[in-house]
Ligand binder design. Structure first.
Ligand code: BV8
Ligand code: ZN
Length: 250
């Protein structure tokens, strides 16, 4: 069930009229592409909670098991394609003077959909980095054996993602905070808004008088900071919210 025309039309005109637009996405935007979310059903692997795997400690203790989880996700994501939500975000990028997409997703689907002005706030599941010589590269193919070893020095390779307890990469953090400090409108789509520091972005924008628009299946901790909060699928609502012309239903 799509939100009322009036609400969506108001929000759409706010998005159209603003000069500076930031979009923050979470796992919910990739759910309709078939990528399991972190906290929803289907997000678990071998009944393990992602929170117990996506940490430096888990990797130090058992790199092979952590890599089996990432191999399973990489295999699954490799078969997934961007959905209309990703495509709508990629389209509006070129229509705004000042635009930035901050994604918490590590699946690479935004880039595949054509987004270029984006920050991968939690890194990329396609990047691997050597724990010894810091050599980093994008590897989309599978590995002959796990855990994978560095072709330069034989060191242990890790996924190029940000684990819990690890700092956000400096450049990604700086670019995101600068945009959060200046954007007129923040669209927060498909995120449970529980993971810091990105979970605080909506409140920061609202506190300085910016407009927050949320799209989510459920209410979240940022819902009360949002001027508009639409209940529904990002793949259905984002194409309407970010459209150039209104899609008045017949
Ligand atoms: C940091 C990469 C500081 C890995 C991820 C106590 C102990 C330890 C740490 C902390 C602590 N308390 C706070 C912290 C900080 C911690 C944190 O926030 N923990 C929380 C959980 C309590 N944060 C960190 O550790 C961060 N770093 O703080 O550093 C620091 C500074 C200096 C020096 C050292 C340290 C780093 C956090 C990054 C963690 N890495 N991912 C990997 O992917 O393997 S986070 C992970 O969660 C994913 O990236 C995911 O994107 C992200 C957030 O989740 P969501 O994207 O929101 O996804 P989720 O499943 O939760 O929700 C989906 C939503 O979509 C739902 O609301 C659902 O309703 C909705 N939805 C579903 N389908 C649809 C939909 N909506 C619309 N349409 C649909 N179709
Ligand atoms: Zn190396």
């Amino acid at each position: 069930m799509l939100p009322s025309d009036a609400g969506l039309e108001n929000a759409r005109s706010v998005v159209r009229e603003c000069r500076s637009l930031c979009v923050l996405t979470g796992a919910g935007v990739s759910a309709e592409s078939g990528v399991p979310t972190f906290r929803g059903t289907g997000g678990l692997w071998r009944n393990r909670d992602p929170m117990s795997l996506a940490t430096p400690g888990a990797f130090a203790k058992d790199p092979k098991t952590v890599w089996e989880w990432y191999r399973w996700r990489r295999e699954l994501i490799r078969e997934c394609a961007p959905n209309p939500g990703h495509e709508a975000i990629a389209r509006i990028e070129g229509e705004k003077e000042d635009f930035l997409l901050v994604t918490q997703n590590v699946d690479g689907l935004h880039r595949l959909a054509g987004s270029r002005k984006l920050v991968e706030f939690h890194g990329s599941i396609w990047e691997v980095r050597c724990m010894d010589c810091a050599r980093a590269e994008e590897v989309r193919s599978d590995f002959p054996s796990l855990p994978p070893r560095c072709p330069s020095c034989g060191g242990l390779l890790r996924p190029g993602v940000v684990w819990f307890g690890e700092p956000i990469p400096q450049a990604a953090l700086a670019a995101s905070l600068s945009m959060i400090g200046r954007c007129e409108v923040l669209v927060a789509a498909g995120t449970s808004s529980v993971v810091q520091p990105s979970a605080s972005f909506a409140l920061s924008v609202a506190r300085r008088g910016g407009t927050v628009i949320e799209v989510n299946l459920e209410a979240t901790p940022i819902t009360e900071s949002a001027r508009f909060s639409f209940r529904g699928k990002t793949g259905e609502i984002l194409p309407l919210l970010l459209a150039r012309i209104s899609h008045q239903r017949p």
